[in-house]
Design a binder for this molecule. Structure first.
Ligand code: SF4
Ligand code: SF4
Length: 372
């Protein structure tokens, strides 16, 4: 607890200004009573929608009780950082859709093409917390970003950073949904900001756009069907019935965000960290599939993609390459040659997905071989 008695409204204003200096687009403050979110969390877990994400369940209702997670916590300072690459053009959503329809393109979710946001946000939140601490003398705090133990989005919603869209992501009238959220839990009774209302109205574009029907209804996401879960969180085999629906999305999925009308207000990042690296905005699947483990680790150093490892990387690419079967413009001979090079990969996970992909190309392959 603070050793001095600071002017809390003045301090809250200063925190927001410091946040902006550190690259955050918006910083707001909420109390940490998330009792209203507990029933929804329990129902989601009971339905098994979290799939293999056991860490979602393992913290139990502590996730909805930040004061139990970090004793003494009375407020959350919640910060938004926009992630569209600094130089991204106005027509970025159309460009993304064009790439989805190119059977050779490797589509990586926009947020994951640059530096790992965990590190970027954490460092800046830490710097912000240190400034607060310097101002008040002593501060109990803990920094989180995309961390399982905390229900970040209900906190952000409570702080007035936006509302939960029907796709469950946070939406801001100023910035759509292309941003990251991080928070500092503090033991300082700062004045809180009011929540904002929901502005989805009658729209259901995200529900319609979802390739796997993972959004079961407004705010109800079955993560087990979500391509982000299947390509990032899921460690084992991707269910066969879902593979054709994944298309060429090899890491994450942006479809519900691309469909959302609020993303015409999506904002560019204020920092260069999320600019595309390794050509991930225009890469082809065959080129990425050729990376050996050493090259994957080297190129993905500092990227969020590194955490799925080379094996899952190849798994995802094999699915994408398999899905090019029958697509106009697909270079079947090159795809099949690339897949065959991986057919004896030491990982059974990779071999199984490569086998599936080759089987998908079976008919075209037979025709090619008959010609040749
Ligand atoms: S990320 Fe993709 S798969 Fe997941 S809910 Fe959104 S549109 Fe559906
Ligand atoms: S697409 Fe429509 S329903 Fe879905 S989050 Fe955006 S505004 Fe809400």
């Amino acid at each position: 607890m603070s050793t001095t008695t600071p002017d809390l409204p003045e301090l809250a204003r200063a925190i927001k200004a410091w946040g902006r200096e550190l690259g955050f687009a918006d910083v707001r403050i909420a109390d940490v009573d998330l009792a209203h979110a507990e029933a929804g969390l329990q129902a989601w877990l009971d339905a098994g929608y979290h799939g293999e994400m056991d860490y979602m369940a393992s913290h139990g209702m502590k996730r909805a009780r930040p004061g139990e997670l970090v004793p003494g916590t009375v407020r959350a300072i919640v910060a938004r950082m926009d992630y569209l690459p600094m130089g991204r053009e106005e027509g970025w959503r159309e460009q993304e859709r064009t790439r989805q329809s190119d059977p050779g393109a490797a589509v990586v979710s926009v947020y994951a093409r640059g530096r790992d946001y965990h590190k970027v946000l954490r460092n800046r939140l830490q710097a912000l917390a240190e400034k607060v601490k310097a101002a008040v003398g002593e501060l109990g705090y803990r920094v989180f970003t995309d961390s399982a133990p905390v229900m970040e989005l209900p906190l952000a919603e409570k702080a007035g950073l936006g509302w939960r869209g029907k796709h469950t992501l946070l939406l801001s009238r100023d910035a759509g949904s292309t941003f990251f959220i991080g928070e500092i839990l503090v033991d300082l009774p700062l004045p809180v900001d009011p929540p904002t209302g929901a502005h989805c109205g009658a729209c259901s574009a995200c529900i319609v756009a979802c390739p796997t029907q993972a959004i079961l209804g407004p705010g109800r996401l079955d993560a087990r069907r979500c391509i982000s879960y299947l390509t990032i969180e899921l460690k084992g085999s991707i269910p066969e019935e879902l593979r054709p629906l994944i298309g060429n999305r090899i890491y994450g999925c942006d479809d519900c965000q691309l469909a959302c009308p609020w993303n015409k207000f999506a904002q560019r990042a204020s920092v260069p960290d999320f600019d595309e690296r390794n050509g991930l905005g225009e890469a082809g699947m065959i080129a990425l599939f050729a990376w050996d483990e050493e090259e994957f680790n080297r190129r993905m150093e500092g990227s969020p993609i590194r955490r799925i490892g080379h094996e899952r990387w190849l798994r995802n690419l094999a699915v994408g390459l398999g899905n090019a079967a029958g697509e106009e413009g697909a270079d079947v001979a090159a795809i099949v040659a690339a897949l065959r090079k991986r057919a004896a990969h030491p990982s059974s996970l990779v071999r199984e997905h490569v086998g599936w992909a080759l089987a998908r190309h079976g008919a075209s392959l037979d025709a090619l071989e008959a010609q040749g």
